[in-house]
Design a binder for this molecule. Sequence first.
Ligand code: SP5
Ligand code: ZN
Length: 339
Amino acid sequence: MYIVHSPTHQRHQPPYEIFNGEQTPHNEVPARADQIANALTAAGYGLEPVRLELDLAEIENVHDSNYLQFLKLTCEELKESEYRYPSVFLYRSGRESGNPLAQLGNYSFDMYTPLLHDTFEVASQSAACALQVAQTVLQAAQAGEATAGYALCRPPGHHAEFNQMGGYCYLNNAAIVANFLSAHGRVATLDVDFHHGNGTQHIFYESDRVFTASIHADPDWKFPFFSGYGDERGRGKGRGYNLNRPLQHGVTDDEYQQVLEEVLGHISSFRPEFLVVSLGVDTHESDPIGGFRLTTAYYTRMAKTIASMNLPSVIVQEGGYNTKLLGTNVVAFLDGFEH
Ligand code: SP5
Ligand code: ZN
């Protein structure tokens, strides 16, 4: 398994999230990626540091260039110890404003996802990890081999929209990879994070080149609330190329497995040539912000089931917030994918 990580992710350290007007401890902490990296090493996996530099011109199908420039310039302007949280959001007047406070609200959809001096650089490296894995998986595929690789992305990406950050996400790593691979063949994305992959869904909502599927907590119950319902199927050319399976709290291994098999059936009918997996282990029974009941052993079975598609696959790290068990769960998944 080819694994890429970015050793400099620690420089992005959100000080807190704002919930109901109050500062609460931030869940998306540097210890997450460190703990995964340590567990992978202990399990005998080799980790490559990222060497690719993200070329912004290459991701302008995925993200608005004004949004990218805004992120880059705002971070550059901040001092090392400074951070910015939005305070004002759009009221749908159809007007734009250049005021920095207005812009921050324009490009955000929650108060969980602040900008710090190093945020853009670290998010770019996170995306570069995913792209570097994708390049390797593509090369192997072109040589006739269906290999898999894993990108230890931090910050995560699947909530990031075309022109908005949110849900701890700034750049949509999975969407960037899917867009890159779609120049070479049909791509399916499978999002197994606890939360709906709203960004990935919307970025490809009108595309018939990328089939998007997400299994997640019912958005009536959990974040991101405004999408992820079963009746969202895609639009225009993309009609029929999006699939959501919202689930209720307390879902068990066997219940999840049934849904996973059903979703993989739909993905198979699309006849994809590449698979992008958004892997969140916040579906685990011990996750502090989740609500499913998946066990560590199940991640191995889940991965085996997905790997049975036998497709060149890029696995991208998304959420998972139990910093004691995250690594164990990711190792369980990758072990299952390899065998
Ligand atoms: C990538 C990913 O998994 N993003 C998840 C973003 C969800 N954030 C919502 C966290 C809300 C937790 N705080 C609520 C406190 C309730 N008392
Ligand atoms: Zn999540």
